[in-house]
Design a protein around this ligand. Structure first.
Ligand code: HEM
Length: 395
């Protein structure tokens, strides 16, 4: 192997505190100068082109099970679909579709619409709105509460637990935060377990029930596996969905034409969700480990190497996206990798697209004068999800 190249001194490493605020200059340099980069600090291989990231996500020589192993070694939970490779992966993923597949989303679309109306109603007359606390988090709580069929009395506890488990998303969270996240995961699993039997019973006895009830009533999985899927949905879904709102408004509100397109057409709103996720990918990378040596155009990765597919970099690759740093609401095709790709493609993507489009369209229609208010927001130093802090708005 030739000596690893290093980023020029004027560019902050994308994982350093300064680089996390704006990783794009470093992403660009890596993509252009060293697309298969061995990072001596993290001892990981960083992939930054769209072609290489897409390959790593789709090619079985890049194992997700091995890639996630270090993160989950202390968990008491059974392997989840995110931490397994085929064929075990498919055994877990198929029932997961009962909870969040397209049919499940169609079944609760009325409930989601009502939840979003409720979020929008609560903004009326407010002078100052915090994008995440007042829109994103109530949206995520409401939408997931529909999936789980949670009554109003459970919402506050569910929101609190969802926020606490979200720290499990960030591999760079310190050991204390990680320990707190694991403890919260145990509590969330118990919370969902306490509701699983009643949810399954509602599906068996009544015509209806919730997507969670259909998952809980399914007999293909053990109870621990079923609860593992349910908990993974909350960890992987609540915070990224909540934070997507602020990231999206940060791009949309200063661009009147784009906001107009989203306001006017549900199809444009749906397309905008993908484009906004491309530009600010809430989950900017995902981990794999190679099961054998892999030769790429930009270099050779040895067997057993830890690899990060930096989808946040791939999503701005000019080889695939014209005007990669610009918002084009109707961009088509838009083969972004913000939801991953291949076998682990985000199972929650239909829900995110649907809820995101209804929320953004409704918000901009109900509050056409919505605009940033106060100091410019800043990007949080956490890497996953990529998110803004202190983004305040006024109607
Ligand atoms: C903007 C919001 C979201 C983003 C950006 C996102 C992104 C992703 C990405 C990148 C992966 C692939 C990880 C990998 O390959 O290692 C993934 C997997 C997954 N996501 Fe999402 N996600 C979002 C919201 C959700 C929601 C709301 C749910 C559930 C309702 C969800 C459920 C899942 C599940 C279950 C997987 C694992 C799929 C598998 O391993 O087969 N996600 N997501």
């Amino acid at each position: 192997m030739t000596a690893p190249r290093t980023l020029p001194a004027h560019l902050a490493h994308p994982f350093s505190p300064r680089g996390r605020l704006d990783p794009y200059p470093a992403y660009r340099w890596l993509r252009e100068h060293d697309p298969v980069h061995f990072d001596v600090t993290s001892r990981m291989w960083l992939l930054t082109t769209h072609a290489d990231c897409a390959l790593a996500l789709r090619d079985p020589r890049f194992s997700a099970a091995l890639g996630q192993r270090e993160r989950v070694r202390d968990d008491e939970l059974p392997p989840s679909m995110l931490t397994t490779d085929p064929p075990e992966h498919q055994r877990l993923r198929s029932p997961g579709a009962l909870l969040m597949g397209p049919a499940a989303i169609r079944g609760i679309s009325g409930g989601i619409a009502a939840e979003i109306e409720h979020v929008l109603d609560a903004l009326a007359g407010r002078e100052r709105i915090e994008a995440t606390a007042d829109i994103g988090e109530p949206l995520a709580t409401g939408v997931l509460a529909e999936l789980f069929g949670l009554p109003a009395a459970d919402r506050a506890a569910f929101a609190e637990l969802s926020a606490r488990v979200s720290v499990n998303l960030d591999p760079l969270a310190g050991p204390q935060a990680a320990a707190a996240g694991r403890a919260a995961m145990g509590e969330l699993t118990r919370f969902l377990g306490d509701r699983a039997d009643a949810a399954a019973e509602a599906v068996r006895t009544a015509a209806g029930g919730s997507p969670f009830g259909r998952l809980a009533a399914d007999e293909r999985l053990t109870r621990a596996e079923m609860l593992g899927i349910a908990a993974l949905t909350v960890v992987g879904g609540w915070k990224p969905l909540a934070e997507m709102v602020g990231n999206a408004l940060h791009w949309l509100l200063p661009r009147k034409d784009a906001a107009e397109q989203v306001r006017e057409s549900p199809e444009a709103a749906m397309s905008a969700v993908d484009e906004l996720l491309r530009l600010e990918s809430p989950i900017p990378f995902t981990a794999r480990v190679t099961t054998e040596e892999v030769r790429l155009d930009g270099g050779v990765i040895p067997a057993g190497a830890r690899v990060l597919a930096l989808v946040g970099a791939a999503n701005r690759d000019p080889a695939v996206f014209a005007g990669p740093d610009e918002l084009m609401v109707l961009r088509s095709p838009n083969p972004h990798l913000a939801f991953g790709a291949g076998t682990h493609l985000c199972l929650g993507a239909p829900l995110v697209r649907h809820a995101g489009a209804v929320l953004l369209g409704g918000l901009l229609s109900r509050y056409p004068e919505l605009r940033p208010d106060g100091d410019p927001p800043v990007w949080a130093p956490s890497m996953v999800p990529r998110r803004l802090t202190g983004f305040t708005l006024t109607t």
